[in-house]
Design a protein around this ligand. Sequence first.
Ligand code: SF4
Length: 188
Amino acid sequence: MKINEIFYSLQGEGHYTGTPAVFVRFAGCNLKCSFCDTDFTSFTEMTEDDIVKEIGQYPTNHIVITGGEPTLQITASLVSKLHEAGKYVQIETNGTNVLPEGCNIDWVTCSPKYKAVRLQHIDELKVVFEGQDMSQYDGLTASEYRLQPCDTQDEGKNKEILRQTIDFILKNPKWKLSLQTHKILNVR
Ligand code: SF4
């Protein structure tokens, strides 16, 4: 498997914000989002057992499989091995691919981008908001709906997007605010 990095930090976004987690960042993505702030091009080849072993050195049971786009590489056997090791597995995906048969992820966080969502099941729908038409997500069902203001790297624009995000949530209360708390706190 092509792994960009494995590191231990706090989950910064969404439902599990503040949870200590080991992040497994898979290399590669099938999309090219204008606001992407992740370096997912470089990688080390690791076997599933290498990954489980490296994760095992950290004290948390919460694992976040992320990318890039992790559904391009995730396997049911890696998830089974993590479960056998007592881990709880969250995946963060753009939702454009279906998960492999038997891939029993515990918590699916889907952040749709500009391409249609094909995922069979979503626990948390986390939309990065730049002012787009929100009706495009009406057909997607999840247990939780999170709206996260896009970080455009422009202070003025970010303020305006945050105002629009809060305004939308107040009018559509099934949505809750998600912030990139790791950026606010300046941790990884
Ligand atoms: S889907 Fe995610 S990782 Fe891929 S380009 Fe878009 S923001 Fe970056």
